[in-house]
Design a protein around this ligand. Structure first.
Ligand SMILES: NC(=O)C1=CN([C@@H]2O[C@H](COP(=O)(O)OP(=O)(O)OC[C@H]3O[C@@H](n4cnc5c(N)ncnc54)[C@H](OP(=O)(O)O)[C@@H]3O)[C@@H](O)[C@H]2O)C=CC1
Ligand SMILES: N[C@@H](C=O)C(=O)O
Length: 262
């Protein structure tokens, strides 16, 4: 990866994405900021240009609109200055699966999974050909927690974590670094969109702390970064148990317990 490649950040108008933009600008990286709210993007760009002197482009896009996602894909394919993609834009829905509108569910999947995969797909070949580059995918602890009751949101985040792990296996040997970041509750506007008062939650991390921790994981080239988890060994044990189960699934015959009706 070039010394200070440009960074394309999705969901850069507020929250975790805006903080990633600020932190990478302070590290001297030029930026391409993507979101729908142009006024917010412009205000952030003015502040960061003044503070850091980096070059900042705004790419207004609704990542649930295929034509607008395509414009971001084209930028990722064609702009060789971009060496880091922060796949951050994402949302959640209020209510239970039963109460959620089917079209809203579809839109959430488009934002949290389809756009993430399309942007990674757009940039990965160029990164692999160059033998460098990094993709940061913002997942969530909710992706491993069906118990949290955010079923569709969590399913989209399980997709993001799995995608990241698979890309890390495929692209790592080609020099491309893929990081999945799994925050837990972090103080941003997403909670308003989820119909939850973040002030009623305990253990809410401030966005500065979250992104600074995630960037330490990035600097260490961690494949999986879970800023709130005190003992990384718990994730390692979880993965070891998962991997140990896999060889046992290659069977020509059903398991004994499935060979006779109860
Ligand atoms: N906050 C938390 O507790 C946690 C958050 N995360 C993840 O972090 C990521 C960032 O979320 P967070 O900062 O908390 O949320 P915010 O709601 O604060 O920010 C979301 C960002 O995504 C952008 N965005 C939303 N919808 C679209 C869209 N259709 N097209 C383009 N951009 C869009 C928003 O910009 P605009 O409205 O201008 O388009 C905004 O910049 C998400 O992927 C989320 O799932 C993971 C775990 C915990
Ligand atoms: N974004 C949060 C839930 O809405 C989370 O991922 O914890």
């Amino acid at each position: 990866m070039a010394e200070n490649p440009a960074v394309l950040v999705t969901g850069a108008s507020t929250g975790i994405g805006a903080k990633y933009a600020e932190r990478f600008a302070r590290r001297g990286h030029d930026l391409v900021l993507v979101a729908r709210n142009k006024a917010r993007l412009d205000a952030l760009a003015v502040r960061l240009r003044d503070e850091t002197g980096v070059a900042i482009d705004i790419l207004q896009a609704d990542l649930t609109d295929p034509a607008e996602v395509a414009a971001v894909e084209a930028r990722l394919r064609e702009d060789e200055r971009i060496g880091i993609l922060v796949n951050n834009a994402g949302g959640n829905l209020p209510g239970s699966f039963l109460s959620q509108n089917t079209d809203d569910v579809s839109r959430l999947i488009a934002l949290n999974t389809t756009a993430v995969a399309r942007l990674a797909s757009a940039v990965a070949p160029r990164f692999a050909a160059a033998g460098g580059g990094a993709i940061i995918n913002i997942s969530s602890v909710v992706g491993i927690a069906p118990e949290f009751g955010m079923t569709v949101y969590g399913a989209t985040k399980a997709f993001v974590t799995f995608l990241s792990q698979g890309l890390s296996i495929e692209l790592g040997p080609k020099g491309v670094y893929v990081q999945a970041v799994l925050p837990a509750a972090t103080r941003t506007e997403i909670w308003d969109h989820s119909g939850i008062d973040v002030n009623t939650l305990s253990g809410v991390m401030e966005v500065d702390d979250l992104v600074d921790a995630a960037l330490l994981g990035f600097d260490r080239r961690e494949p999986i970064t879970i800023p709130p988890l005190p003992d990384a060994g718990q994730w390692d044990a979880y993965q070891e148990a998962r991997v140990a189960m896999l060889p046992n699934t290659r069977q020509a015959n059903p398991a004994e317990r499935y060979r006779k009706a109860d």
